[in-house]
Design a protein around this ligand. Sequence first.
Ligand SMILES: [Fe+2]
Length: 250
Amino acid sequence: MTIDHTPRPLDAGAIERREFLALCGRGAAAVAGAGLVGGCAAPPARAEDAPAAPPGGPPRYQARDYGALRGLRAITDEQVEVHLDLYRGYVRRTNALLEDVWALRGAGRFDATYQELQRRLGWEWDGMRLHELYFDNLAPEAAPLAPDGRFAKAVADVWGSVDAWRAELLATARMPGVGWVICARDPASGNLWNAWVEDHEKGHWAGGAPLLVLDVWEHAFSVYRKPTERAKYLDDVMANVDWAAVERRL
Ligand SMILES: [Fe+2]
């Protein structure tokens, strides 16, 4: 099949509110449909990233299989399953937005609708990828952090000790608000830091490579803990960190 990439002229006045809402609401409608949320096709194990974009088409992401995360310490399987449903919504909406952006690009419509879709893509894509980084650094029966391991030595070089690093990380994670806490490494300088990321896309330190990613949105613990128990959840999640996965990112 031949795909026509010839930009078509913008139809003046075609940016109508209902069209805009229809485009922007597609992702939300997708996740709102329980059938779609629950019915996300089981992906192949570790579909690591989007396949190469088909000619003329957008990349398409596959939700990863985190079935191995059942049996975490304290964090219930039901909590994990609800969280995975939320994650699959991010994957679905990222794909839907990419399709919309590709369609407008193909039509040569770089207008306000296109720009708003681009803005929303940052939210959805970051939500998708941060959840993958979070789930990837958890594991049932995870071994404790080895004091002589590479990660422990790296944080001790910066904070003086693992305990001092952990205290700062958790103090940051207890901040009121919704978002993430990320221990990241600057590839340019080799420095490490603990960053607060608001929502999914605000506050990233440019160029930082995530080492440890903690989801501190209430939805990460609201199934099995009270909204006031974020500190307890943080203890739970730290007990499930797969330090081997963290060290592989170092
Ligand atoms: Fe989450």
